[in-house]
Design a protein around this ligand. Structure first.
Ligand SMILES: C[S@@+](CC[C@H](N)C(=O)[O-])C[C@H]1O[C@@H](n2cnc3c(N)ncnc32)[C@H](O)[C@@H]1O
Length: 292
């Protein structure tokens, strides 16, 4: 079968679900990944023919069922770096790239020790690994409750040739923290924890709802800041003086997040919008001498 005919089949079966442009974009990604044929090559040789097209037809079936293209391909890109993803890891989002850029654009912290960074809810490891890549002298830790996500984070650290210490623990339950973690202190703590309230489910796209891990996404309506409160408490205990706390946040909870950090006595608090002008990130600095 030639690739042009395959592309027509994709359009026939998928255009009503995704629109023509997105279907083209899926098709080119799949062809590049499965047959190593670039978009340009395909434009120049539309009759390019392939023998084994079972995989791409399987991908078509999965796209019909709203499976995200990143899970079908098994990888995605974050901050220009490759990341494996599967059903146990959230697909890294552009908003999170903005959070990483914000951290990297801050004045470097001067310490008399190696800079220590903790990423809580590391998932695919996208935040921790990107920071490790851009701050080669830092010691970076990634923590998650999901063993299966941590397996992917480990592979991603290898893929990107960085070292990240991975910790399996429940951030909400100190009894799961091992003694090594209990003794650690950090200069930067960052987290993109679960923040979608159950009540927001109805506005979510099917491809997210049916495929991405609910453990990574949802928090109960009654206590939407559950993770933020626990991480802020941990940060008070574990941040060095002038240490920084960065969060990705629910766009509707910016004010509540400011209140939480003010009440917890963080200073230099800054709420930041993402490229869509939504409140999406917040940071605070811990410069108190006392611990709670
Ligand atoms: C929104 S995802 C973020 C993943 C990744 N850091 C990113 O930005 O794409 C939240 C992550 O928190 C993890 N998580 C959920 N509950 C947790 C808990 N109680 N303790 C530690 N991690 C948890 C999930 O497994 C998931 O990987």
């Amino acid at each position: 079968m030639n690739l042009k005919d395959l592309q027509n089949t994709f359009h026939k079966e998928l255009d009503h679900l995704y629109g023509k442009e997105e279907v083209d974009s899926f098709f080119f990604m799949l062809v590049e990944s499965y047959y190593k044929v670039s978009r340009l090559q395909l434009a120049m040789e539309p009759q390019f023919s392939v023998e084994n097209y079972k995989a791409i037809l399987d991908a078509l079936e999965l796209l019909k069922k709203h499976q995200p293209i990143q899970y079908i391909l098994g990888y995605t890109e974050f901050y220009g770096l490759p990341f494996k993803v599967n059903e146990h890891t959230l697909i890294p989002r552009p908003e999170t790239e903005e959070l990483v850029a914000w951290i990297l654009n801050h004045q470097p912290i001067t310490t008399n020790h190696q800079l220590r960074i903790l990423d809580i809810g590391t998932g695919s490891g996208c935040i921790a690994i990107t920071l490790a890549k851009h701050l080669p002298n830092a010691k970076v830790y990634g923590l998650d409750i999901s063993y299966n996500a941590l397996k992917i984070a480990k592979e991603n650290a290898g893929l990107n040739k960085v070292r990240v210490e991975l910790i399996e623990a429940d951030i909400l339950n100190p009894e799961t923290w091992n003694s090594e973690f209990k003794d650690l202190n950090f200069d930067i703590i960052v987290s993109n924890p679960p923040y979608v309230r159950e009540q927001e489910k109805q506005h979510m796209k099917l491809n997210v709802l049916d495929n991405e891990p609910h453990l990574a996404l949802f928090v109960k309506d009654e206590d939407p800041l559950l993770f933020y409160k626990a991480i802020t408490r941990l940060a008070i205990d574990k941040l060095s003086k002038n240490g920084r706390l960065f969060f990705e946040i629910n766009e509707y909870l910016g004010k509540d997040m400011i209140q939480l950090l003010v009440k917890s006595q963080f200073s230099n608090i800054e709420l930041k919008q993402d490229m869509f002008k939504k409140d999406r990130m917040i940071k605070g600095v811990w410069n108190n001498d006392f611990r709670k």
